[in-house]
Write a protein that binds this ligand. Structure first.
Ligand SMILES: Nc1ncnc2c1ncn2[C@@H]1O[C@H](COP(=O)(O)OP(=O)(O)OP(=O)(O)O)[C@@H](O)[C@H]1O
Ligand SMILES: [Mg+2]
Length: 249
């Protein structure tokens, strides 16, 4: 479970441009819950995700995952539990390296320092087996540099890499915003499948209300650093797509 307790984050404190980005949010996300966050630009969604990932530190409040208090823990240490996928398909993987090398880097991401993973035939086959499951034919391209792939292909592989190790939590910040509709759909389906298969706790930020409607087991809306709507699995199931549009009226 992720427990976010009365978390605050102010940017530019005391200055004319002060922003109360996250304004005292308390939120408990159960294990294997798939939480969707919607909200207008600047409502604090990314800041909340950054607070969970540790790339932004809170002014007050705590963040606990299972029994671990992460509040003061550096982001790289949190990466043993938390994986992230960003909006930009270029972030998250190394363009110049092959798909295989990127998978190798991903595999050693959370391993103890100094431990190396050689690219032997067994590892190669493991990577291929995983990639086959995407159904995109990328298993024949594993020696190709990551930078030669399309944004959608890259984003799908980034997702796959991010859930390879023991991570329990997957954070997705508009992972399909830079993709064409077909690639976006493929990446969302991939994300949904991986979240289910690996029994992950997931948080998805999206401006795509159709995705917000179709995916996830819970949905919240944020506004000015606060949660203004929160529907659990049962409530979300009875939600109509138009109701969601009304949230933004
Ligand atoms: N590092 C920062 N320094 C100063 N202000 C920041 C910083 N990060 C975020 N903010 C401000 O905090 C507020 C919330 O930003 P945030 O990125 O969390 O919004 P968001 O809901 O993710 O918006 P979007 O939908 O546009 O991605 C905004 O007013 C933003 O300008
Ligand atoms: Mg954002």
């Amino acid at each position: 479970m992720i427990a976010i307790n009365n978390i605050h984050k102010v940017f530019n404190t005391g200055k004319a441009n002060q922003v109360n980005a996250v304004n005292g949010i308390t939120l408990q996300i159960k294990s294997e819950e798939f939480l969707v966050i919607v909200g207008s630009n600047g409502s604090g969604k990314t800041t909340l995700l950054n607070l969970v990932a540790g790339s932004v530190m809170p002014d007050s409040g705590t963040i606990i995952i299972d029994d671990n208090d992460l509040t003061k823990m550096a982001d790289y240490k949190r990466s043993q539990w938390i994986a992230r996928v960003f909006q930009n398909p270029m972030s998250g993987t190394a363009s110049d390296l092959s798909i295989l090398d990127n998978f190798r880097l991903a595999a050693i991401r959370t391993k103890p320092k100094g431990l190396s993973i050689g690219i032997n035939d067994k590892f190669k086959q493991q990577v291929k087996d995983k990639i086959v499951a995407l159904g995109m034919g990328l298993e024949s391209k594993i020696e190709q540099p990551m930078g030669t792939l399309s944004g959608g292909q890259r984003q799908a592989l980034t997702l796959l890499m991010s859930v390879m190790d023991s991570c329990k939590v997957l954070l997705l910040d508009e992972p399909t915003a830079a993709l064409d509709p077909r690639s976006a759909e493929m990446v969302m389906r991939t994300a949904d499948k991986l979240i289910n298969d690996f029994k992950l706790t997931a948080i998805l930020i999206t401006h795509n209300l159709k995705d917000a409607y179709n995916y996830g087991t819970r949905i919240i809306q944020m506004r000015e650093g606060l949660i203004t709507n929160d529907l659990d699995k049962t409530q979300k199931a009875t939600l109509k797509q138009n109701d969601l549009f009304d949230w933004f009226a």
